[in-house]
Write a new protein. Structure first.
Length: 246
């Protein structure tokens, strides 16, 4: 025998859905704040003063990264306002844009290494070690983003994977926060959007979604690559790349 949900139950579900959507708007805003704090001294501050003189490839990379954050905010706002139809249409373009983010990251990482080495800011080994950081960012972002595309018809999984993909990109922003005294604290700040998401799940759902648990573990493990940027094994791989580009 079929049952019909009462108007009160339907209204409660809609209210809960709106609350969850608004939470993700706040979470996206929090991630934008981390980007602004991390890149303010080296990019946003000088940009507002009109004295950014970075090479074109780095400028383009920065613009694309900012575009990704703007797209993320726009998408969660659309869902919060009930415009899921428009969210999905823009999402098709977002798939292409995400691929551009990966491609530009793969290009900009080695370019940044070469620029710093030629300027005398880094040794060749420091530049080679930096490739592990940038390639790791793109591996994490690409993996989570690809999974989010695969699960785009399952919102509860999709949105958490999109958070994880964006957190992967925050690695560079948090790495530039010079006021952070230790790598452990940097790791906590970097993963803080995941922790916030898990805390909200615990309060609103009484359990943490497995996507958050798995994604946070993956982010943490791959994030440990910073301990191996100057390892003999990695330098044996990355030195030939740098030498070919110099």
């Amino acid at each position: 025998m079929s049952t019909i949900a009462s108007p009160v139950a339907v209204a409660d579900r809609r209210a809960t859905s709106r609350l969850r959507s608004r939470f993700y708007v706040g979470l996206a805003a929090f991630m934008v704040a981390l980007v602004l704090v991390g890149f303010w001294p080296s990019y946003f501050g000088p940009l507002l003063r009109g004295n950014v003189t970075r090479p074109l490839v780095i400028q383009v990379h920065g613009i694309i990264f900012v575009g990704w954050m703007a797209l993320l905010v726009a998408q969660v706002v659309l869902v919060a306002r009930g415009r899921v139809d428009l969210h999905r249409r823009i999402g098709r373009l977002g798939i292409v844009y995400g691929c551009i983010v990966v491609a530009m990251g793969i290009v900009a990482g080695p370019a940044a290494s070469v620029i710093h080495i030629r300027a005398g800011d880094w040794t060749p080994d420091q530049g080679a070690g930096f490739l592990l950081t940038t390639f790791g960012d793109m591996l994490l972002f690409g993996g989570f983003f690809g999974a989010a595309i695969a699960y785009r018809r399952r919102p509860e999984i999709h949105k958490r994977l999109m958070v994880a993909a964006t957190v992967a990109l925050l690695f560079a922003a948090v790495g530039r926060m010079q006021f952070i005294a230790s790598r452990a604290l940097a790791g906590v700040i970097w993963l803080s959007p995941m922790f916030v998401g898990m805390a909200y799940d615990g309060i609103a759902r009484r359990r943490v979604h497995p996507v958050y648990l798995i994604a946070t573990a993956v982010l943490f493990l791959v994030g440990m690559r910073v301990l191996f940027t100057q390892s003999g094994i990695w330098l044996a791989i990355s030195r030939p790349i740098i030498n070919a580009l110099m």
